[in-house]
Design a protein around this ligand. Sequence first.
Ligand SMILES: [Zn+2]
Ligand SMILES: [Zn+2]
Length: 182
Amino acid sequence: MSENILRRGIIMIPCDSCRESSLECRMSAWSRKCGHCVRRGVKCNAVEVSSSDFSKVERERSRIESELQTTRDGVARMSASLTESLARMNRLEKQQAFLREREGEMVRRGVENIEALEKLEEEERLLKERADANTVATSEPAGANSSSASGEWVPSPSLLRDLDIAQWGFVDETVEPNVGTS
Ligand SMILES: [Zn+2]
Ligand SMILES: [Zn+2]
């Protein structure tokens, strides 16, 4: 019982026993002694509190607990939403940077649209693959990152369809001017 009083009872002006030991004096409506005095089995001179005072405190306690829970839930929701928004922002910024790079490339090569640029680059890639196959006698088919050794970044033709460049990261800007382009 003393545990319960010490945990949930309201704080009183300390009884003599608690004052001597400089303890927190707590009391509940169902007990005429404070928690420490119940535990020690000694007389207690803490002032009795009416049960209506206790129920007031009890109501206030549960109001705070419920409000606190609601607030915690809100914070958790906002936190999740923030994480999501940050990820979206990051993705959009990468897409924006990618499109800017494509646009610059279109201007540089004098093509009118992305499709033409993709086509051009695909042709170059095939040419390069063929050239590589001739010089380096390798039978391994070239993958998406096969030409990274030369510092040239080659996009796949389906790139624009997904436009999810998060997978590729940032685009290397040091693209060498290629032969056979106008
Ligand atoms: Zn006490
Ligand atoms: Zn006491």
